[in-house]
Design a protein around this ligand. Sequence first.
Ligand SMILES: Cc1ncc(COP(=O)(O)O)c(C=O)c1O
Length: 364
Amino acid sequence: MLASMEGVISLGVGEPDFATPWHIREAAIHSLEKGYTMYTSNSGLLELRQELVRYLRAAYHLDYDPYGELLITNGVSEGLDLAIRAILDPGDEVILPDPCYVSYPPCVLFSGGVPVPVPTNPENYFKLDASDIEARITDQTKAILIGYPANPTGAVMSREELAQIADVARQHNLLVISDEIYSRLVYETWHTCFASLPEMKERTILLGGFSKAYAMTGWRIGYAAANAEIIGAMTKIHQYTALCSPIMGQMAAIEALNSGEEEVERMVKEYDQRRRVIVNGLNEIGLACFEPRGAFYAFPSIRVTGLSSEEFAERLLLEERVAVIPGSAFGQCGEGHVRCCYATSLGDIEEALRRMGRFVERHK
Ligand SMILES: Cc1ncc(COP(=O)(O)O)c(C=O)c1O
């Protein structure tokens, strides 16, 4: 629908509106000029893995072995699929939050596993409660799959709250897949890496990437860090399906880690300003929105309109030319909400809010 319409402001797609910082693009251009156009090791360029080891040590005091505990993937998307395929047997259950990123339940299903959603809600800032996880553990439970800061809600979890989930994982001998693609996009708080919690490094598959922090969605570069047995199994699947990640992207990622910090901070500052404008604006027009502290999404309630989230999104697009994503796309508990991505210009956000305000006035 969107493609056939003119004048639409999109708060839909979840990606940065910035182009990849120039020096990172330039690193890839130079690598092409030098003739780096071949396969890399299945695990990814050693130099990139070594840079990641340095980064994870500096950021979280985590020590990974670049030769066996790190794998460069085609984005977190591939890392997620590899992690799930490597650890699941048919019938195994994976506990995950509802709402959650659209890929989590299908990836579990593709592996013959069973996604077990745990409801979360705005009253609790969409945090995952450890006791709710524990209540859903059965003999078939293999892993907990989390992703904080969260898509679609923008929720973050504190170190203490994550530590409670870690206790459950330890007591029930579960693995944890932790999708930390938004780790750099946090506001007025700091990110806790799940693997950095006591005794969690051994049972956590940490997934990270370059798409969001460095505005590198099109490069398709991510990484997985875990114990050698799991990374070995993931590498086997990666080797026979993808072979390796593109070398230009890996070269660019090395540059990003080496000298991308200033741009990350600049973009985070911008997102933070937009976050305040959209959250205040949504609340002012009557769409109650808790304050998201991570990623670049606001997830307001649309219940005042009496519309389903799908009706809301479709009518808003047709009547006011603003694109948002229906909350139901992210799970049953997403119903009654829509996801608004604020990785777009302030001017567009302000105009989208004006249009949404008119829409809400008509429909409440
Ligand atoms: C929570 C989450 N995980 C993973 C991805 C995919 O990341 P990548 O571009 O690294 O494959 C996204 C993209 O929107 C996401 O929101």
